[in-house]
Design a binder for this molecule. Structure first.
Ligand SMILES: [Mg+2]
Length: 369
C-alpha cells in the first residue's frame, strides 16, 4: 500500500466563546488538517494544533507539512513506526505537524484492518468519561458555569485556577458546595502558583475530594517539591514535553498523574509509548487536549480506550467550537465513545480542504526495453 496524495491545510476555527486560563485567553482553535489518500483509495484524516505552546506557527506548520508530505509520498501508511522516525529525523520539534500526519496514518491502519482503532490497538474499555472545563473568571461566574454543565449531566469538571491561593480555595469550595459530592472535580493552575502557595492551597482543599491538582507550578523540580508534600495528588501537563524527557521527570517524582496531549507529544505512535513509560513508574495518565476538532479528539479517545494506564480524559474542546467541520464522536452524559466505524471513525467536510496544498506520488517511469 502506498500513499498517493497528501493534502494539508492550516485553519483557524473560532470558539463559541473566548476561554481564559492563568496564562491567557483563547478565542480560536488553530488546526492543521491532513488528508492522505492511498493508491487503493483509502482515506486517512489527521489534525494537530500548532501554537506557541508547541513551539509552532502557521508558517512552520506549512513548511514542515510540505517536507513531511514529500518524504511520505509513495511510502506505506501502515509503517507508523518508520514514519515517526522519519519525521524525527527532519525536525526535533513540531509535534503538532507530526501528530496530524501520524494520526492520518493510524486512521488508514484501522480502515485497512476494517476495525475501529481502539479495537485494533488492544481494547481496554468501551468508553471514557471526560471532564468539561470551567474557565478562569470571577467566582460567581465560575460557580454558575459549573452548575450549568452538571445540569447538562457532565459527571466531571476541571476548574481553571489562577495564582491567588485564597481565591483558588474559595472558588473550589463554592463549586463543591454547589455541585455536591458526586461530581468529580479536578483543578488546573497552568503553572500559576508558587511552591508555597500551591502547598497552602492543597492543604486548604484537602477535604474537598479533588482528583488532582494539575500543573500548580512550573518546572520539574518545583513540581516534585509540591508532589512530595501535597495531601492532594499532583498532575503534570506543561512539565511533560516529549518522550525523551519523560522518564527523568517521572523518576524525579514530579507527578502522580501524567497528562498526555497528542498534539504536544507528536501523535498516537509516541503517545502509546509515553503511556507505557508512565505505567512503568506506576503513574496513571490522562489524555488532554488543546482547542481541537473531533479528528484529533477521536485519536485521543481511541488511545485512551486501548490503554489500561490511561484512566482520565479531558477531551472537551470540540464542544466549544463555533462549528466543527468533523463529526462522528458519540458524547452522552459526559462520556465519549467512537462511532464504531473503522479507523478513527470520523467524517470531515470536504470544504476543509478546498484551499489545501497537495503533494502527489509520481511513479518512476518503468525502464525501457
Ligand atoms: Mg493543563
Amino acid at each position: 500500500m502506498k500513499i498517493q496524495t497528501i493534502e494539508y491545510v492550516y485553519r483557524k476555527l473560532p470558539l463559541e466563546h473566548a476561554f481564559a486560563t492563568a496564562v491567557g485567553g483563547v478565542s480560536n482553535a488553530t488546526c492543521l488538517f491532513v488528508r492522505l489518500t492511498t493508491e487503493c483509495g483509502l482515506v486517512g484524516y489527521g489534525c494537530g494544533c500548532p501554537t506557541s505552546l508547541t513551539g509552532e506557527s502557521a508558517e512552520t506548520a506549512a513548511f514542515f507539512s510540505e517536507r513531511f508530505a514529500r518524504e511520505i509520498a509513495g511510502k506505506s501508511p501502515l509503517r507508523t513506526e518508520m514514519l515517526t522516525s522519519l519525521y524525527g529525523g527532519i525536525t526535533y520539534g513540531n509535534p503538532a505537524v507530526k501528530a496530524a500526519f501520524d494520526c492520518a496514518c493510524w486512521d488508514i491502519v484501522g480502515k485497512h484492518a476494517g476495525l475501529p482503532l481502539y479495537e485494533l490497538m488492544g481494547f481496554d474499555k468501551p468508553k471514557i468519561t471526560t471532564s468539561i472545563t470551567v474557565g478562569l473568571g470571577p467566582e460567581e461566574r465560575m460557580v454558575g458555569e459549573a452548575a450549568f454543565w452538571v445540569k447538562k449531566k457532565f459527571q466531571s469538571l476541571k476548574i481553571k485556577l489562577g495564582a491567588d491561593p485564597a481565591a483558588n480555595a474559595s472558588v473550589v469550595s463554592a463549586i463543591r458546595d454547589k455541585v455536591g459530592k458526586d461530581v468529580a472535580l479536578r483543578v488546573d493552575a497552568n503553572g500559576a502558583m508558587t511552591v508555597s502557595d500551591a502547598l497552602a492551597f492543597a492543604h486548604e482543599v484537602a477535604n474537598l475530594d479533588l482528583e488532582f491538582i494539575e500543573q500548580p507550578v512550573t518546572g520539574a523540580a518545583e513540581m516534585a517539591a509540591v508532589a512530595k508534600e501535597s495531601p492532594v495528588r499532583i498532575a503534570a501537563d506543561e512539565t511533560i514535553t516529549d518522550l525523551s524527557s519523560f522518564a527523568p521527570v517521572l523518576a524525579a517524582g514530579a507527578m502522580h498523574v501524567a497528562t498526555l496531549k497528542l498534539t504536544k507529544v507528536g501523535g498516537i505512535t509516541t503517545g502509546r509509548k509515553m503511556a507505557d513509560v508512565a505505567q512503568a513508574y506506576a503513574v496513571p495518565c490522562m489524555v488532554g487536549c488543546m482547542s481541537e476538532t473531533q479528528v484529533s479528539i477521536a485519536a485521543s479517545v481511541h488511545l485512551a480506550l486501548a490503554h489500561a494506564n490511561i484512566v482520565y480524559a479531558d477531551l472537551d474542546t470540540f464542544m466549544f467550537l463555533h462549528s466543527d467541520p468533523s463529526s462522528g464522536l458519540k458524547m452522552k452524559k459526559g462520556t465519549l465513545q467512537p462511532s464504531g466505524e473503522p479507523g478513527l471513525g470520523i467524517s470531515v467536510s470536504d470544504t476543509v480542504f478546498a484551499h489545501a496544498k497537495s503533494v502527489s506520488f509520481k511513479r518512476p517511469p518503468s525502464p525501457g526495453r
